[in-house]
Write a protein that binds this ligand. Structure first.
Ligand code: NIG
Ligand code: FE
Length: 423
């Protein structure tokens, strides 16, 4: 068998070292490293890689790309975003700069509620165009798969509009999108004293979302000022019965108990965790729930960072995501998220690589197809204009990505887009 594509002269090829389940604790710091390596692709998947002889894979039709000694990693996986939303919130930036807390803006009817209004008002075409622009940025930063959530409709029509746009983008854009239904992202003001009614309304949307195959996961914002643990249990148990996989926004500001709930319900991930407590740490140490950390949100909200070192000591499995959204993390720059994980959370370069690829894929139930360079995995990979991975993390806020390949197809070349959308 000969390859469709072979990349030669890879200075350093890095990929997470995987055994069974997510990569936990100190194992996150061990990755496979090959110097002066090659990788080979056929039918969109890796068929071989390493430092051994590859001449038998070169046929008349094989395309050969010379990496000229550069660094190669698997395509990055951004496993927590709110990429599809209408408008932006720069007018709240001034309030934020004056020190008004995020939850106070939300409680006053702004924050998420402002974006809900803009997402309800924008046309489907407008929403598609805005979100596509964000995906283009993300792809340029080496991201080849994202998770995206609804949650800026809080009523059926707009929630479906978000999820439909997400599906169209999944089909038309090189980035693969894994969809999450987050109808319980905030409590609409009209339901202030009728929380249970609102939760029942969201649960009432599950059948439609399921029948139209618009989402795999259900997520809820378990936080002071949003939904409490009893609400979260009620909604997530119903979601599980409907056949959805689960995620939870927990311990972003206050540790309410959402993390032990995630472990109890066997959620795929518990996300944020800046305020995680002992009960949360213990629950995650004894489960396969991914601790999905979002340092760009801490940066933007000027708040604490999740205690990554403590989590690694306690043998948790960490992922890192941008949380790209208009209110608490308005940047698609996933490499900057990784810079912050190094600088503020003291994660090592190898731990960061594992968290941004394989463990991220694990948290969105894609660990058997993306997140590593391995035979049979999707040939999603990135060539950096950088000599090594620590350099990318140290030389911060710069895009070091040179080329991006999605299923063996070059989609970014020399930082330029080289693919055409189907519509
Ligand atoms: O993950 N915390 C809840 N949701 C988002 C913020 C959404 C917004 O402010 O628009 C988050 O931080
Ligand atoms: Fe979020």
């Amino acid at each position: 068998m000969t390859a469709d594509l072979i990349v030669i002269n890879i200075g350093i090829l890095l990929t997470p070292k995987v055994d069974k389940g997510p990569v936990r604790g100190k194992d996150m710091d061990i990755v496979e490293e090959y110097q002066n390596a090659f990788l080979a692709v056929k039918d969109g998947k890796f068929i071989d890689y390493g430092t051994h002889d590859f001449q038998h894979l070169v046929g008349d039709d094989t395309e050969v790309v010379d990496a000229e000694g550069r660094l190669v990693t698997p395509g990055l996986v951004d496993s927590h975003t709110h990429v599809v939303h209408g408008g932006s919130r720069e007018y709240e930036f001034e309030q934020k700069m004056r020190g008004v807390p995020y939850l106070d803006i939300l409680k006053a009817g702004g924050g998420i509620h402002s974006t809900v209004k803009m997402t309800r008002e924008i046309s489907k075409e407008g929403l598609y165009a805005q979100s596509k622009k964000s995906l283009d940025f993300m792809l340029g930063f080496g991201v080849t798969t994202v998770e995206g959530k609804s949650g800026y409709g809080l009523e059926l029509e707009t929630e479906l509009k978000q999820l439909e746009v997400q599906r169209e983008l999944h089909e038309n854009h090189p980035i693969d999108i894994v969809s999450t239904f987050m109808g319980a992202h905030a409590l609409p003001v009209a339901y202030k004293s009728k929380r249970k009614d609102f939760l029942d309304k969201v649960i009432g949307m599950f059948d439609t979302v399921k029948q139209r195959e618009l989402a795999e996961f259900v997520d809820i914002f378990c936080e002071d000022g949003a939904f409490d643990v009893a609400d979260s249990r009620y909604l997530l148990e119903a979601a599980k019965k409907h056949g959805f996989k689960l995620k939870i926004h927990a311990d972003e500001v206050v540790a309410l108990g959402g993390v032990p709930l995630a472990a109890h319900l066997k959620a795929h991930s518990a996300d944020h965790l800046m305020a995680i407590d002992e009960a949360g740490l213990r629950a995650l140490a004894h489960s396969d729930v991914i601790a999905n950390l979002l340092p760009s949100t801490s940066f933007y909200l000027n708040s604490d960072y999740a205690p990554a070192r403590k989590m690694i000591e306690r043998n948790l499995a960490l992922a890192l995501s941008s949380d790209y959204n208009p209110g608490s993390s308005p940047s698609e720059n996933f490499l900057f998220t990784l810079n912050l994980a190094a600088i503020h959370m003291k994660m090592s370069p190898n731990e960061i690589l594992t968290a941004a690829t394989y463990n991220a894929a694990y948290g969105i139930d894609r660990a058997d197809e993306i997140g590593r360079i391995a035979k049979g995995y999707k040939a999603d990979f990135v060539i950096y204009d950088a000599p090594n991975w620590p350099y990318v993390l140290y030389h911060f806020a710069i895009n070091h990505v040179k080329d991006v390949f999605k299923m063996g197809i070059k989609v970014i070349e020399n930082k330029q887009k080289v693919w055409e959308a189907k519509q």
